[in-house]
Design a protein around this ligand. Structure first.
Ligand SMILES: Cc1cc2nc3c(=O)[nH]c(=O)nc-3n(C[C@H](O)[C@H](O)[C@H](O)COP(=O)(O)O)c2cc1C
Ligand code: SF4
Ligand code: SF4
Length: 290
């Protein structure tokens, strides 16, 4: 019997569900089910415990008190859910109102239940509440774009000079040059065009060498943001900060993430100061049926 999973032989009916779900860690031996879960085979997904109809499985590496029984899925009707998704918009003006710590803790806790590639569960979270800290990170992000945009503008100028520049053919270069102007203007007016003075900035980070770090970060931040919406909060992804955090050394040093980690997502979140009155039109999705 492997250490990680114990099967209560009194409760087990040898129905085979655990083995059908996880053939590496469970196998029928005669009339009884045996478990072989260990570090090499088990990724702590918990499916065996959640699926066992007789509650016969104990996973010794997991908090069994956190497996709550439920009878059928929570009911959420399609139209309400669709409205909830369509009413989500990026908010860039927030009330000057702090988010209570318990609310933030709930928002962090829900990220535990967002799926991760290979169930790695290694996304970390930094919550920036301090206005001084937010300003520091905003300033460094702006510095990055001034630097990047300046170099992009020089490149564009020299390409124009040698005739190799074609408008619209180098998206990133042109975008970087635009950002320098746009963000520089905001900065000159004393406006925080990175975090919009939101009461909370949430930075998601993970080791680069892991399973799908970026996807895990975005799924977690989206989960957090959507839960926040049920609490009267609104959120916006901040890709500008994320981009700067990947290569701008002063920002990398300021963030001081654990070794090998990088930012995988960032959102600002707060109580909205503006109310949207209409949904929005979007381009049709190019779809191919096969
Ligand atoms: C990955 C990603 C990065 C984004 N980065 C920023 C950002 O840095 N700053 C910002 O103001 N908005 C940012 N946005 C918001 C988008 O501009 C916005 O989602 C888009 O214009 C659609 O508008 P909506 O969210 O209001 O529906 C980002 C959105 C996504 C999905
Ligand atoms: S799912 Fe539960 S009851 Fe069924 S074989 Fe596995 S341990 Fe036994
Ligand atoms: S937790 Fe997942 S991987 Fe581990 S034994 Fe159970 S089903 Fe298998």
């Amino acid at each position: 019997m492997a250490d990680w999973v114990t099967i209560d032989k009194e409760k087990c009916t040898a129905c085979g569900i655990c083995a059908a779900r996880c053939p590496f860690c469970f196998a029928k031996q005669g009339d009884v089910m045996a478990a072989f879960a260990d570090e090499d085979r088990c990724n702590l997904c918990g499916h065996c415990v959640s699926l066992c109809p007789t509650d016969a499985i104990t996973h010794n590496k997991m908090d069994m008190g956190n497996f709550e029984s439920f009878d059928g899925p929570a009911e959420l009707d399609t139209d309400t859910f669709l409205r909830f998704i369509r009413e989500r918009r990026s908010h860039r003006r927030f009330k000057d109102k702090a988010i209570p710590r318990e609310t933030l803790e709930k928002l962090i806790d829900v990220c535990r239940y967002a799926p991760t590639g290979s169930n790695v569960q290694d996304t970390g979270i930094i919550v920036v509440e301090s206005p001084e800290r937010r300003q520091k990170l905003s300033d460094l992000t702006m510095d990055f774009f001034e630097d990047l945009g300046g170099r992009a503008q020089e490149t564009i100028e020299s390409m124009k000079a040698d005739g190799s520049f074609k408008a619209g053919s180098n998206y990133m270069l042109e975008k970087a040059a635009q950002y320098k102007d746009r963000l520089g203007m905001a900065r000159a007016m004393g406006f925080d065009a990175i975090f919009y003075m939101a009461p909370a900035t949430v930075i998601f980070h993970a080791p680069v060498q892991t399973s799908a770090p970026k996807d895990n970060g975005v799924i977690a931040s989206t989960t957090m943001g959507l839960l926040g919406r049920t609490m009267g909060l609104e959120f916006t992804y901040i890709g500008l900060f994320e981009l700067a955090s990947k290569s701008y050394q002063p920002l990398i040093e300021e963030l001081a993430l654990p070794p090998g980690h990088e930012v995988t997502s960032c959102i600002i979140i707060g109580y909205p100061a503006m109310r949207f009155l209409r949904t929005v039109d979007r381009k049709p999705i190019e779809t191919k049926w096969e």
